[in-house]
Design a protein around this ligand. Structure first.
Ligand SMILES: Nc1ncnc2c1ncn2[C@@H]1O[C@H](COP(=O)(O)OP(=O)(O)O)[C@@H](O)[C@H]1O
Ligand SMILES: [Mg+2]
Length: 329
């Protein structure tokens, strides 16, 4: 199968926050390529820069505190970083949309679910009131909320958390976006609901031509849904590759250690191996590898020379000088 050009290409993106006069490096020059018909998992511990990546693509970083120091974000041929706020508003919702961890924060408590979906499609697709109402019902049926109009007439507080998440997904896909970003969409749900929402996202990807960026701190969840995986640590993409290759033979020590910390249902009661040491302080500017202070394989070179995220095996890249040894960890 010939692979198409990415719909989203993030190149060398660096983002800083100024915090009490000091610079916090949220993203230290990341690259990401998101393709159509692909769920791209972005995985890393809390604070590694996943949400900042999503917000940068959406054009929603707080302009007062966040500074894009370098880089480029391309949506096909369009450069998103050179767009005005008004132009970005048109991109959001119609071309790129997002599902958040907390649907309650996103849904408006004062309007019914049906009204909120209808409002979105009227605004972005210019539909009439009647068309929008029909479209809202269709979308709710597609996300598994029935076609009898009951959910359409409900207010957010009348829905369970799983239903609210489905409603938010309905709004996010209502304008047929080319890109859907889902930021920890199942983190606040129990295991059963989580599995249902993951199944829904996969079926949405199957039924539409779109690319999906699926963000999670949980490598086990990413394994369930992603076709391709990027692993982020301290604002740096340390590994990228097809899902199966990442899980079978990680080429970065951080990924290898994360894999060991996924609970294995076959080994009940076995204590999980935690990664030693502290996450890098965002204010630090290490000369070498961001993971070196915690890395069991680190050698002198790792502290003085920054590793490039280079492709070492077919379609599989790692930012480690000693990538050949990583999978043995
Ligand atoms: N609004 C903000 N102001 C200051 N620092 C921020 C802000 N948002 C994020 N950061 C910092 O940027 C880094 C990445 O955060 P984030 O992308 O939210 O991580 P996560 O991977 O958990 O989503 C963290 O060090 C975080 O403290
Ligand atoms: Mg986050």
């Amino acid at each position: 199968m010939e692979s198409e050009a990415p719909i989203i290409r993030v190149e060398n993106l660096a983002v800083e926050f100024v915090d009490a006069g000091a610079k916090a490096h949220a993203l230290r020059g990341i690259n990401l390529a998101l393709r159509v018909d692909e769920i791209h998992g972005l995985v890393g511990e809390s604070g590694s820069g996943k949400t900042v990546t999503a917000m940068a693509i959406m054009g929603l970083l707080p302009s007062s505190s966040a500074k894009i120091v370098s880089g480029n974000i391309q949506l096909k041929e369009e450069s998103l970083l050179s767009k005005t706020e008004e132009e970005m508003r048109a991109v959001r919702g119609s071309k790129v949309s997002m599902v958040f961890q907390e649907p309650a924060k996103f849904l408006n408590p004062a309007f019914t679910i049906g009204a909120q979906i209808a409002e979105t499609v009227r605004q972005h697709l210019g539909m009439s009131r009647a068309q929008a109402k029909t479209r809202a019902r269709e979308l709710l049926a597609q996300v598994g909320l029935g076609s009898d109009g009951r959910v359409a007439r409900s207010f957010p507080h009348e829905l369970s958390s799983g239903m609210k998440q489905r409603a938010m997904i309905a709004i996010a896909i209502s304008c047929e976006p080319e890109v859907l970003i889902a930021d920890e969409p199942t983190t606040s749900l129990d295991v059963t609901l989580q599995a249902q929402i993951l199944g829904l996202l996969k079926s949405i990807k199957e039924s539409r031509r779109m690319g999906m960026l699926f963000i999670s701190h949980d490598l086990g969840v990413v394994r369930e849904v992603a076709d391709r995986v990027s692993v982020i640590y301290a604002g740096t993409i340390v590994e990228n590759g097809p899902r199966d290759r990442i899980f079978e033979k990680p080429l970065h020590p951080y990924t290898a250690l994360l894999l060991r910390s996924i609970p294995d249902p076959r080994k009940k009661g076995k204590r999980l191996a935690a990664i030693q040491g502290q996450v890098l302080d965002p204010k630090d500017e290490p000369r070498g590898c961001v993971f070196a202070p915690r890395c069991p394989l680190a050698k002198e070179r790792c502290f003085i020379e920054k590793p490039e995220c280079g492709t070492h095996e077919l379609d599989h890249a790692s930012a480690c000088h000693y990538w050949e040894e990583s999978w043995k960890l």
